[in-house]
Design a protein around this ligand. Sequence first.
Ligand SMILES: Cc1cc2nc3c(=O)[nH]c(=O)nc-3n(C[C@H](O)[C@H](O)[C@H](O)COP(=O)(O)O)c2cc1C
Length: 315
Amino acid sequence: MILSCAPLQGYTESPFRNALHYYIGGIDRYYAPYIRFENDGSIKNKYLKDIHPSKNQGIPLIPQILVNQADNFLRLAKIIEDFGYTHVNWNLGCPYPMVAKRKLGSGLIPYPNEIQRILEEVRPKTSLKISIKIRAGYEHYQEVQAVLKACSSFPLDEVILHPRIGKQLYKGTANLDAFVQAQYVTHFNLAYNGDITDAKTFEEIQLTLPQTNHFMIGRGLLMNPFLASEIKSGSSLSPELKREKLRDSHEYLMEHFSKTLSGEAHVLHKMVSYWEYFSQVFENEKKVFKSLKKSHQLGEFRIAVERIFNEETLK
Ligand SMILES: Cc1cc2nc3c(=O)[nH]c(=O)nc-3n(C[C@H](O)[C@H](O)[C@H](O)COP(=O)(O)O)c2cc1C
């Protein structure tokens, strides 16, 4: 079984991947948040930095792209190949209206012929393995089925399906029936993604999807960085060891952002955004998050974090 870390723009970039991989573990494969072109055709340096091999040493990483034209696909594929990667993941899932209304991400799902045309053009021109990460549809849960049929003649390495629709954003729940229906119409081995938040939920999903051997976890890893290793080992580390690993990985992130972000306010903002999820590893999650959110300065934040690691009970 493969457990992978989902791409989450703003969260699972290289600092988080390094912290998770080297302090905690349990993940077999990481997908980088998407790279895309700006309106003027440029690529933000931060995207390229994030997948640069020097920032991902020893980490099994698959870069992801957000494009809707073959030439843009190939331009990004070339950069990815030049960095030494052998695999690119195509984002057909991003639900945000600003993206989707430009026929990018989940906005391209209702146009299976365009997806097919892009694959026809790029497949012979890149040696990278191509996989896609897709939602069940933009408006309807069946839309993915037409995409799978349109792609059936391509040697896609993998299809990762998050069975929500684009219009849903992150509301409601992932629709397991839609996943099973999609499995019926395709010869591709579908990887599952969506709402794996704890080991029990994982077991239930795995029971419903016995043919699936790749599960991708996103927010669940931010809420409990030990989730993948707990699923793999079937057991939990001692609270003392967990605390130590959390403290070390947190220190790694703090140090990284203190060096790379300009000004304490940015570091504080970044760390608090992580704690919106991290706080859920503690029983008293609301109190934990509240105590950090009210910090005005990094020093204050550090003291609050230290108190949490020393005093709060882990779930
Ligand atoms: C803040 C945020 C950023 C995301 N960024 C990306 C992204 O760059 N590429 C992508 O394919 N999916 C992205 N996703 C979607 C996740 O990869 C994943 O499909 C989704 O969160 C469902 O999985 P989960 O329930 O395990 O989190 C993002 C989700 C969130 C909440």
